[in-house]
Design a protein around this ligand. Structure first.
Ligand SMILES: [Zn+2]
Ligand SMILES: [Zn+2]
Length: 371
């Protein structure tokens, strides 16, 4: 029995503008006309129109413009152009109720720089709930890392930060349907780099929050893998490649096993439930490498390595579907297939070798995913 319906309007990581991050979400039991939550807004109207040419029955006879008029709020992980472009372009054209833009305050303030001076685009967004002249309402999510904020209908969201390169934060969204023991969730992660290379590793805290819910409450994870196997570590630019993503999934598997094998009190005593270490870049004059500032092994990473040496991760992620998103296009013509297929296959092989038990899938543009 499904809980969520999610349409992939776009799932690529650029640079092509026709397949950028953009997803439409609703509760399975409601209809699209009851209201839609957009997750990211890189590609939008144009991509959906093209999808509907291939799949005209996706929404009955409804057009792409009508579908976007049903949208009630956007959830935005960070304000990079490949995640907000269509929202900006549609601001003067789409009808329907006023739409809230939900994200961290920093994300909304970053987005405001596009609208505010009315030089890049006319200012069609405001912070005032009573200002219906502006299509968009900036509605920041709480930064307490705990609260589930109502989104629309039965859907609510909890936000945790992610590190997306030096001094830049993206976000992870735990999107929940319902409440109490019947609640179900999906985890959508914005652009993110490896914790092991980050001066401020944040992903470990997301894994600790997710672990107790896998797989019964939470069985779908959307996570980026921008680059293929073998991509140079100093050219990740705050993104993941399969060899780093499999380490992250091992960290998640470790958190799941730890969670199943002991009471939270014991884990708290061993330090595994504390906030992630805020490690400052090291200043090591003896190293001339570009990686220097980030080639640190944080206390969090050391703890994860110790834990992975001692726990059996076999099938720890059984029942979890991992949808790969944000694959960057092959600009050199090196591959004869779409990069989302290449990267998903590379990751699947690594995850299978480790026996983690997760199902690795590509979130293909145009697909309607039932979760
Ligand atoms: Zn980004
Ligand atoms: Zn991006």
């Amino acid at each position: 029995m499904s809980t969520f319906d999610l349409l992939v309007v776009g799932s690529g990581g650029g640079p092509s503008e026709i397949n950028l991050s953009g997803y439409l979400l609703k509760a399975h039991e409601s209809s699209w006309t009851d209201g839609i939550v957009g997750i990211e807004a890189g590609s939008g109207l144009g991509a959906l129109s093209r999808i509907l040419q291939d799949k005209p029955d996706l929404f009955g006879s409804t057009t792409a413009v009508q579908i976007y008029s049903y949208l009630r709020s956007y959830l935005i992980t960070h304000a990079h152009l490949d995640h907000v472009m269509s929202l900006v372009l549609m601001a003067g054209s789409v009808e329907g109720p006023r739409k809230s833009i939900r994200g961290t305050r920093q994300c909304l303030e970053d987005l405001q720089t596009v609208f505010k001076p009315s030089r890049i685009w006319p200012n069609l967004a405001s912070w005032n709930p009573n200002d219906s002249d502006h299509l968009y309402l900036y509605d920041p999510l709480p930064d307490d890392l705990v609260t589930y904020t109502p989104l629309h209908g039965a859907l609510s969201v909890r936000t945790l930060p992610l590190s997306h390169g030096p001094d830049y934060k993206s976000a992870a969204f735990f999107i929940r349907h319902g409440s109490g023991s019947h609640a179900r969730e999906l985890l959508f992660m914005g652009d993110v780099g490896p914790d092991a290379l980050s001066a401020d590793p944040c992903t470990a805290a997301v894994w600790r929050a997710a672990a107790p819910k896998i797989p019964h409450t939470l069985d779908a994870l959307f996570i980026e893998c921008s680059w293929p196997l073998g991509h140079a570590e100093d050219k990740l630019y705050g993104h993941l490649s399969p060899e780093h993503l499999v380490v992250e999934l091992e960290n998640l598997a470790t958190a799941v096993v730890e969670c199943r094998s002991g009471p939270p009190d014991a884990r708290a005593a061993s330090g595994s439930s504390g906030p992630s270490a805020n490690v400052k870049p090291i200043e090591n004059a003896s190293s001339s490498s570009r990686k220097r500032a980030f080639s640190i092994v944080s206390p969090e990473r050391k703890r994860q390595r110790r834990a992975q040496d001692t726990v059996d991760l076999h099938n720890a992620l059984a029942g979890l579907q991992v949808f790969i998103i944000h694959c960057k296009e092959d600009m050199e013509g090196k591959y004869d297939r779409p990069m989302c297929e290449v990267i998903t296959e590379q990751l699947r092989r690594l995850v299978d070798e480790k026996g983690l038990g997760a199902t690795i899938l590509a979130a293909q543009q145009g697909s309607l995913i039932h979760i």
